[in-house]
Design a protein around this ligand. Structure first.
Ligand SMILES: [Zn+2]
Length: 314
């Protein structure tokens, strides 16, 4: 279900290439640099001169670099191929270093990445003896759900990624941000041994009563639509292209089918409290997956709230 390149407007591509040509001295090798000081001909140029890349330069954010479709763009040593939008889009992990080197269009730049300050909390009273999937039916359900998710994470479509920005999927206040780590500690009632479980909140929760509309935060192709995954409950995966995948969990109603193409703002679901949820809310997560590798181990979640800061196209 790849979008044919002809369906994408060529205007933004042309505009971005113009931007590339007009803003970056080194990106146009046919012209001499404006200033002839020797240090300006060196490979690494200051970030402010690499003005064509933009995005949210913070841990958990995203960099978008305009580049000729098919050309190579390198982010911190990770090679990506610019796609038909005329951009390469690279998600910034929650724990990445404070600086990244970007190489593209015959130039390179070191960009400073703003650090996050996520909360770390130890939560006592963890039930060490809890087994989530206990009966054979529960175990089969959990295994089937896991397989469906892996298939969804491995499915890629074309699209504009974050190029047109994102909007909130539900009109509701945030209830839990992306990023905090919780370390749950407890003692087993059966063995008497201490145990712990560490979890990072990988999504952005919105406090929504059951039945609140969920709208596509950006255009995309639905790659998973299931009313009943074991842990996640009603779940939708929405592939925005450029490897960016929105995940919506605990839905009471799934109103789209896998394969559907949706525009920003389209109704896709209703919020709920399904799966192993602790109360009605919408869990919205965005996973960045490198579309140029088959290895899914390097994929990670980024911060949906930061994507909301990108400029929107309409
Ligand atoms: Zn959540």
């Amino acid at each position: 279900m790849h979008t044919p390149p002809g369906r994408l407007s060529t205007l933004p591509v042309a505009a971005l290439l113009l931007l590339l040509a007009s803003c970056s001295v080194a990106a146009n090798p046919s012209e001499p640099p404006a200033a002839s000081a020797p240090e300006e001909t060196q490979e690494v140029i200051p970030a402010e001169e690499a003005a064509t890349c933009f995005g949210i330069l913070k841990q958990g954010g995203l960099i978008i670099c305009p580049a000729e479709p098919g050309s190579l763009v390198e982010f911190g040593g990770i090679q990506m191929i610019a796609r038909e939008t005329g951009t390469a889009q690279y998600g910034l992990s929650r724990t990445m270093p404070a600086e990244i080197e970007v190489r593209y269009g015959g130039t390179s730049a070191r960009l400073a990445i703003e650090p996050r300050e996520d909360e770390f909390r130890v939560v006592p009273g963890f039930d060490c003896d809890r087994i989530d999937a206990r009966t054979p039916a529960q175990k089969a359900h959990a295994a089937d759900s896991w397989a469906k998710k892996q298939a969804g994470f491995g499915s890629f479509n074309s699209g504009r990624g974050a190029l047109d920005g994102f909007v909130l999927p539900s009109d509701a206040p945030p209830s839990s941000p992306f990023g905090p780590t919780r370390k749950y500690v407890g003692v087993s009632k059966t063995s008497g041994k201490a145990c712990e479980s560490i979890s990072v909140h990988q999504g952005f929760d919105l406090a929504t009563p059951v039945g609140t509309p969920v709208r596509a935060p950006a255009a995309g192709i639905v790659t998973l639509a299931d009313p009943d995954l074991y842990y996640e409950g009603g779940t939708i995966f929405l592939d925005h292209g450029h490897g960016l995948l929105s995940v919506f969990m605990h839905l009471s109603e799934v109103d789209v089918a896998a394969g559907a193409s949706v525009a920003r703002g389209d109704l896709i679901a209703r919020t709920g409290n399904t799966g192993r949820s602790t109360g009605p809310h919408l869990h919205w997560a965005v996973k960045w997956r490198n579309p140029d590798t088959e290895n899914r181990d390097g994929d990670y979640y980024i911060d949906p709230a930061l994507l909301l800061e990108l400029p929107t196209a309409d």
